[in-house]
Design a protein around this ligand. Structure first.
Ligand code: HEM
Length: 200
């Protein structure tokens, strides 16, 4: 069952790349294809983030613990799509002009939220192996709990990036709020731990 699910994830998350290239090749994107590619890759990354965060509540509800084994694959695909999103922006939109990047970061602060989230996803992807888990011990869990911060930053990044549209970003915000509410006990524990560290 899990093997089958992993094949479906590979086909969907990997196959979407083929679909994207087909769209680019057929000229289906409008007058500003780079913008359309940024939107396409951003949407796929956010959907994969939701899929990754859905695993735990689905396991709790169905009591089917084997599902936990697809979480890492979904997370890696989320990182791959987020990296394509970032790369499209950095290479195709800015032409890798670093001075332009700093101007853009000041002009469009939502980019800082996106970039911070990408850095967290990068750290999580690098440390996603069993060997890293054993090596980092307690710090591994702390690092991977930062995904909750990503779940707060990314919907804001999305809403902030759109100039006029607010309905779809608001739906995404509602989904992420739901995913965080389900984890309220765990999040309260993290906040308490942080508080006691600050006080100490
Ligand atoms: C270095 C990191 C990132 C950069 C530089 C970046 C940049 C951008 C830019 C330029 C836009 C389009 C704004 C416009 O319409 O003009 C955008 C939108 C968006 N980004 Fe990011 N982003 C980053 C990280 C992320 C990550 C990690 C995710 C998700 C996991 C994400 C999801 C989205 C979504 C969903 C949109 C809206 C797409 C739409 O309007 O259809 N971004 N981002």
């Amino acid at each position: 069952m899990v093997i089958l699910l992993k094949i479906v994830i590979h086909l969907l998350a990997g196959g979407t790349f083929a679909y994207l290239f087909l769209l680019i090749d057929s000229g289906a994107f409008g007058g500003d294809p780079v913008k359309d590619i940024i939107h396409f890759t951003g949407k796929t990354a956010i959907n994969l983030l939701i899929a990754t965060l859905l695993v735990t509540p689905v396991v709790k509800f169905t009591k089917y613990g084997q599902l936990n084994r697809v979480r890492r694959l979904l997370g890696i695909y989320c990182f791959v799509w987020a990296s394509s999103h970032f790369a499209t922006f950095a290479f195709l939109d800015l032409g890798l002009d670093l001075s332009l990047l700093s101007t853009e970061l000041v002009k469009r602060p939502y980019l800082v939220l996106g970039f911070s989230s990408w850095l967290i996803l990068l750290a999580m992807a690098i440390t996603s192996t069993q060997a890293m888990m054993l090596r980092l011990k307690r710090r591994w869990k702390q690092l991977h709990q930062l995904v909750y911060l990503v779940a707060i930053l990314i919907p804001i990044h999305y809403l902030w990036s759109t100039k006029s549209e607010w309905i779809e970003p608001s739906i995404y915000i509602a989904i992420f709020v739901g995913l965080l509410i389900v984890r309220h006990q765990q999040i309260a524990k993290i906040i308490n731990q942080l508080n006691s560290k600050v006080v100490a």
